[in-house]
Ligand binder design. Sequence first.
Ligand SMILES: C[S@@+](CC[C@H](N)C(=O)[O-])C[C@H]1O[C@@H](n2cnc3c(N)ncnc32)[C@H](O)[C@@H]1O
Length: 341
Amino acid sequence: MKNQKIECKCIDMTVDGLGICKYDSLVIFVKQMLIDEVAIVKIISHKKNLAYGIIDTMIKPSKYRITSPCKVAYKCGGCDLRHVEYTYGLKLKRDILDSTMNKMAKLDVEVKDIIPSPLIDAYRYKVQIPVKEKGIGFYRKNSNDIVEFDKCFVQSEIENKILNRLKELIKEYSLSEYLRHIIIKEAYGTKEVMVALITKTFNLPHINTVVAMMVEDFTMIKSFILNLKLGDDNVVLGDEEKVLYGSSYIIDTFADLEVAISLKSFYQVNHGQMLNLYNKVLELALVDSNTKVLDLFSGIGTISLFMAKHVKEVTGVEIVKEAVEDAKQNAKMNGINNANF
Ligand SMILES: C[S@@+](CC[C@H](N)C(=O)[O-])C[C@H]1O[C@@H](n2cnc3c(N)ncnc32)[C@H](O)[C@@H]1O
């Protein structure tokens, strides 16, 4: 069956963007195939009644199919739906959630339309890129191969520029062998940037030169950190940190609040969607000035602080020590004294 070519129609899609086709009793999962499309599909693997395939020849494309300007859209494992028009992608995601909740979990819930993101591209506040001796880039889907790129469309222009300059310096000073990841965080409201190198050792040759060059070229960098990660498990960050420039956090603004974000602290990746989400929380929670709010998994306290002025008291619960410290500092910075973490 492998390498066989079959004409089939896509009838549904999986959560990670694979088209589902049926051919007699065979179910074929096809990369980047959209509902209602008809194509000649080449089988790349096959087991019993299940097969995986790729589109060999498109016969009838979906009217929602678009060509992504991203040069690595079909190689890198980052985005599953870059070949789909955005609003149709939202519908697909809504339908997947609907079927998961109502058909699979047999719950009886109404799944509403997804509130669109104000930004479709360049929305990500955090970028995390693996560094290998073979290259610096994202992993190919389900593999350890690195796909290099010079522009990632979900990252901001400045994140791309900082990453490209860092890649040049890492190459120039042969630093790859000492590094595991690069993390760049850019605060949407203030444009402050944190750069962190996740390293195998604190003794990086020429690191002070690299930092000096980076902060001179990119004055928005307010924090440059080395994080030491020993061992080879899947956890990205280690315990020890050295701040090489600026402070251990960056500041962002949202709604009428100011927040500090450390390297280890979680912060919503899409600023516009964060505001949409928090406004929805406020609307649906039906709080008033007598309400006591428990904010579980509170991160740096953003929901707590957002709710604080509408309620009597908020208590945030969070497992990451640095995030709790950030949350306490954030409450203080904003003159909020009815939020505890
Ligand atoms: C997706 S983040 C959400 C943070 C915050 N609510 C927000 O909107 O930015 C989830 C948070 O849960 C925290 N967390 C994970 N497991 C936890 C646990 N067992 N107890 C408390 N917090 C936990 C993580 O450290 C992370 O900060």
